[in-house]
Design a protein around this ligand. Sequence first.
Ligand code: SF4
Length: 76
Amino acid sequence: MPEPVHLIVDRTACAGHGLCYATAPDLLEPDDFGNPVVGAGPIPESQLEFARRAAAACPERALTLTSALPLSEEKI
Ligand code: SF4
């Protein structure tokens, strides 16, 4: 079974260009400030390629794919 992959948004780096949610519209959507919002949980396997393309499309390098759990989802 493949390792779960999460997409992390660095909001301090994001400039709200929108290239990411234009690239992965089923995975990301803009909030009121133009920053992308990622659904909770790991990226569905069917969306992994879109997640990779969205991260590659970001000129600010504000998106990271990782197998580590985001801090907000860590189990305590
Ligand atoms: S492409 Fe990068 S800078 Fe632009 S909205 Fe997406 S994460 Fe932010």
